[in-house]
Write a protein of this length. Structure first.
Length: 225
């Protein structure tokens, strides 16, 4: 009997400047990343992302709903930058088919999307991903499978995420889930800030443009799958 395959997305990350952060802040960062992964299980119909730490300052997750890969990457970055602007992560993203169940330890996974995601991360950090532009000099921290529209959007959205303040990132983290119904008054109550402050923060973070871009991409993926 042939095992049915399904498409997943894999995110492989490395903390930015982990040596400078120091052990205590690195642990704080990983607590935030793991909590973010647990929260995102709701986006995947309750399926775990199997958050796995590896190589000291590295991490990896598997998404049962690959259309949310960019939203997921931004959410992980928001979770970190909400701790302070010195926190961030590189993220390599890849999609691919897998068969059977994914185990709880992603360090043991060697199928195509896992290796491709890791390779994208290494290309991103080394600056070898683009022939004409050295990524290491651009500050770009997210890279999708090359030659895809998702990669173009990842590069564009990276610029927004890299500019988030601590307050903006903390707000984005709360409102980025795909089913979030943005209402400034309700959001203000949820976050514990005034409506005026939340409205100003959301607009300064460019959330409305980010949300529209993500929703448009996710709709395109649904239509073309």
């Amino acid at each position: 009997m042939t095992t049915q395959t399904r498409k997943i997305a894999v995110l492989t990350g490395d903390l930015v400047g982990s040596t400078a952060l120091g052990p205590a802040k690195v642990e704080q960062a990983f607590d935030a990343l793991e909590a973010c992964a647990d929260m995102q299980a709701d986006w995947m119909d309750g399926q775990s992302l199997h958050f796995t730490r590896h190589r000291g300052d590295g991490w990896q997750v598997a998404l049962a709903e690959p259309k949310y890969a960019l939203r997921s990457a931004l959410c992980f970055r928001a979770a970190l930058r909400a701790l302070g602007e010195e926190f961030d992560t590189y993220i390599g993203i890849a999609e691919g088919d897998v068969a059977g169940e994914i185990g709880p330890d992603l360090n043991e996974e060697t199928t195509a999307p896992f290796t491709a995601s890791g390779a994208n991360l290494e290309h991103l950090k080394s600056g070898e991903a683009l022939e004409d532009i050295k990524l290491s000099s651009t500050g770009i921290r997210m890279l999708y499978d090359r030659t895809t529209p998702q990669d173009a959007l990842a590069i564009a959205l990276d610029g927004y995420a890299s500019e988030w303040t601590k307050v903006q990132a903390a707000t984005i983290y709360e409102i980025l889930p795909p089913d979030y119904d943005l209402n400034f008054s309700k959001t203000a109550i949820k976050i514990g800030k005034s409506r005026q402050t939340v409205t100003k923060t959301i607009r300064a973070s460019q959330y409305e443009r980010i949300s529209l871009a993500l929703a448009s991409m996710e709709m395109w993926i649904d239509t073309n799958d």
